[in-house]
Design a protein around this ligand. Structure first.
Ligand code: 9YT
Length: 132
């Protein structure tokens, strides 16, 4: 069994931070669960365009208010606590957080913890990461 505490993982190598967001990875590829599990905190008033071409991601809003725009269709969905979105089509999207938002996210395949967002908003495929 794996038991981890977000409060202890914050500020360690499990935490990744970039422009106006940070994310603590409570499960990573080397845990061999088939998915990674993240708590992501996005700053109030920020917007982010991501395109996880090589991963499926689901995101559950624990707290905060915002929206997600599907950049393929222009459709905008409101985000509030209790709402989940799943990028089952590797959907390119823009996430806008009106207030600070806290999300629980899963990635399949799991991230290794070494990824950085590429120009196109994606993370490298798992094979490239494990070879790195
Ligand atoms: C909300 C969202 O897309 N979170 C993604 C996770 C974050 N970019 C990470 O942990 O890499």
């Amino acid at each position: 069994m794996i038991v981890r505490d977000l409060n202890e993982a914050m500020g360690t190598e499990r935490e990744a931070a970039a422009e106006r967001w940070r994310s603590v990875r409570l499960l990573l590829a080397d845990d061999k669960m088939g998915f990674s599990f993240h708590i992501t905190i996005i700053e109030a008033g920020s917007e982010h365009t991501f395109h996880y071409k090589n991963h499926f991601e689901s995101v559950y809003c624990i707290s905060g208010e915002g929206s997600i725009e599907d950049l393929a269709t222009g459709e905008v969905h409101q985000i509030r606590p209790g709402v989940m979105y799943a990028l089952n089509l590797h959907d390119k999207h823009t996430l806008r957080c009106k207030t600070e938002c806290v999300f629980a996210c899963t990635f399949n395949p799991p991230v290794t913890g070494r990824e950085v967002h590429r120009e196109d908003g994606s993370y490298a495929p798992a094979e490239e990461e494990s070879a790195a």
